[in-house]
Structures are given as structure tokens and as C-alpha cells.
Design a protein. Sequence first.
Length: 563
Amino acid sequence: MIEILVVGVVALLVIAAAAVVGPRLGIAAPLVLVAVGIVASLVPVVPHVTIDPEWILIGVLPPLLYSSAVSMPAMNFRREFGAISGLSVVLVVATSVVLGLVFAWVVPGLGPAWGIALGAIISPTDAVATSIVKQTSVSRRVVAILDGESLLNDATALVLLRTAITAAAASFSFWGAVGDFAFAVVVAVVIGAAVGLLNLVVRSRIPSAPVNTAISFAVPFVASIPAEHLGASGLVAAVVAGLVTGVRAPRVLPPGHRLSDAQNWSTIEFVLEGAVFLVMGLQLSSIIADVEREHAGVWSALLIALGALVVTLAVRAAYVVPLLRALAASARRSAGREDRVVAMRSQLDDPESARAAMQEHRLGRRIPTARDLERFGSRVRQALADIAYLRRAPLGWREGTAVVWAGMRGAVTVAAAQTLPHDAPQRGLLVFIAFAVAVLSLVLQGATIGPLLRRISPPSAVTDEDAAERQRLLELLRTASDTVPTPGEPRVTREELAAADPAEVRAWLGREKTRRLAVLAAQRSALLDARDDGSFDADVLASMLRNLDAEQIALELRGGPAA
């Protein structure tokens, strides 16, 4: 027991040290942890580390994906859903099939089914690995695409892995595989959405921030475990629960609760991510021992892994190029509809004109209600915001290069490889190939993505754009504050306040506090409405929301309850 405790303490210190030392050396902290783990695994006194892969797939990935989903702007996820779904489904399947054929050719006696199984293990990018990308100068739109891809492609890969393993032992049905995938996704979405909403209903009734945050720790597992039990994707369920929570929490949970969530989840995410990379390195010696025990050449396996990485990048590039062209064409079509959408937007101020415009774009003769007009206005504002977003952040060859080179493999690949059945042909070799691809991907791509993007990216104008966005948001906040009625009592000077009776001072402070809280509530509501319309940059708007939360927390801590 003491030995386990010592190992845990040492691991925490190593993870913290890597986060401090890595940036000073110009190396991403995850790469430092992988290197430390590899070196430690080769030291004779360090015992071989064997981690049950279920701990990573069921115990580590759901909270990591949930945390990423909570913090991901839902509007950007919606805008990039076409690219995200293509990368998460079509690209994963294509990569798995191509790699499967390559593995069946170069590994004697493997067969296409087991080759595709190994291809499915290697095909998904890793949500943890993409944390390296966020430390570079890559555009926010590319980050949104990569984040969304890494949140969803694990489900495709794991379902395809199960299908390939089944096909290796029995007959294969294409439509059966499609049905299994559809079932896994649909059931997971339903469960995740239900858990996300129930989570907010329960937590909104709990006044204690620590208790609230403790309940949030259970949410990804409450979503993922039932989904896995029903044969669906637990990872997708955790992601959907996180997306629902991230969208609704600012309207439902008080700022203190959300601040507690953000701080504690940030710590958990930091420790789990670091542990995953450290364990990846520590497992090297045991994986090599398995390969040597099966009399397979380590160097030949390493060469196969390098070839697999090259094939993976080639397939990704071949898919991303037409994807970018399709996205550019979609952006041009959206821009071509701008005049029409602007005309509809101008009609929203007049209810009769808005009803007429709405009836032109809907089936049936039912007279639109006020709720219908509100939804129609929201869609029109979203359409205009989407056009501005696509114009402001076009995807060219630089962004395409970033999307291709940033598609790194990581913990999911290593964990999924170890779920291969023990009767799989040359299982040790397959696990080693998957591990080697993940490490090579992290080292080669992770170490070069920063210099590559600095070389090919032009000077960024993000700072100027952010300043303009902040100015527009400040105007929105001033407008929202004007909607709160001002008390009719005369203005009180400091001298009058100092000479007043203490009871009168407390009453005045209580009224001022009540009014300021009302102003903050109106401003937050205006910001959230603007967020849902997509009218502002998601990151700048989130920063303004955090400022409002901090001001409200400080106000609530000062001077007792509002009158």
C-alpha cells in the first residue's frame, strides 16, 4: 500500500514538473511525460507497468471528453458539424480500411478483418493529444474542428473495432455493421442528452458549490455506463451530456458553482491527461517483452508502424483537400444568400412583415405565433452570424496543413489495442504497432506542429479583431443595463453616506446591491442570447461572461445579503 502511494505521489510531481519544464524547453508537456515514461520503463529497477485498458476507455476517457465538451462553444460545434462528422466517421472508416489492407499485406497470416481491426485502433485522433495543438498559433476555427473530431471519432473507431473482431470470427454483414453504428450513436445521444438535462435540474436545487461540483464528477459516468450496458457508445453519451451542460449551465447554475466546476475540472483534466501520457511511456518495456516473446522483430514492427503513420497522414491529406474545397463552396453559397437574409432581418422589426416573410419559408397555412416569430428571428440572426463567421475565418491551405498535421494519435490508440482478444493472431505485434504509431505521431507531429505553423502562418490580426468584438460587447452590456429601472431616490454623496445612520447605510447598500445584481443578470442574459445567435466570437464572449461571473461573486461576498 505504501509503495502504491509513493508511486502516485511521484507521478503527480512528475506531471507537475513536466508542465513547468516543458514550456521552458520549448517542448509540449505531454511529450516530456512520454519521454520520461519511456526512459523509466527501460530502467531495470522500475517494475513493468500493466494497466487494464478498460480503466482508460471507461474510467479516464469519459471524464476527459465530458470536460472538453462542457468547455467547447456549442455554436462553433454546430457551425463545423459537417466537417466534424466527416472527419469523425468517413475519414475513420476510410483510414481503417486502407490501413487494414496494408497490414494484411505486410503482416503474414493476419487477414483483412484483423488488419481492419488494427486500422480502426490507429485511425482516431486523440482528444488528449490535441491539447498540444492548442498551445500553437493555429486558428480558432481549426481548433474547433479538431476538438469536435477528437470528441466523436472514438465512437466510430471502437464500433468498427468490435465489428472487425466479430467479422474475423463469423460472417460479416455490411448493413448489420451500419445498423450497429447507428444504434450506438442514437442511443448514446438520447442517454447523454437526458443525463445532461437531469444533471442541471438536480444541481440547480443544491445551494452548496462543493456538493454541486462533486455531483458533476459523476455525470460522465452516469451517462457512459448505461450507454455501454445497452451496447451504445459511452464516449458519445459523455460528450453529449457535456455539450448540454455547457450550453445550459450559465442560465441555470449560479456563478460560484460554475467557477468551482471550472477550477476543479481543470485540475482533474490536467492530472488525467498527464497520467495518460506518463503511462503510455511506462508501458513500453512490457509491450516490447510481448513482441520478443512471440519471436517477432521489434525493428521490423517499428518499420511497419512508421509506414502506417505515413499512410494515415496520406489518407488524411487526401480527405482534407476535397473537404476544404467543399467547405469553401458552402461558404460561397452562404455569402450568396446574404442579401436575402439581410432583407428578412429588416422585416423582423415589423410583426406583420415578419409573419409574411415566415409564411414564405414554411409549409402550411397556419398563422405564425409569437413563439414561431421568435424562433424565426433567432434562425435569421444565426444565418447572418454564420455568414460573417465563415467570411472572417476562411479555410485555406495553411489551415488544411494544420488539420492534417495536427491529427495525432494517443491514449485511445494504446488503450484500444490492448482490448484485442488474446487469441488474435500475433497480438503482441499488433499492440506494439499501435503503441509505436501513437508515440511516433506524438513525437514527430507534436514536436514539429508549432514550428510548422509559425513558418506558414501570416501575422495574426486576432488581437485587433478581439478588441473590436469587446467594444461591441461593451455596447451590448450598456444597452442591457439600461433596461434595469433606476431607483427614483436622489443620488447619495460620500459625505452624506458617512453622516447617515448605520441602519440607513445598510438599507442603501442593500438597495444598491440588489440593483447591481439585477444589472448583472440582465447583462448575462443579453450575452447568452448573443451566444445562442452566434453574433460574437465565442472565446471573447466567454471571457466577458467570466468577468460578469467574477463581479457577481465579489458582490455577493461583500456586505451580506441583498435587501
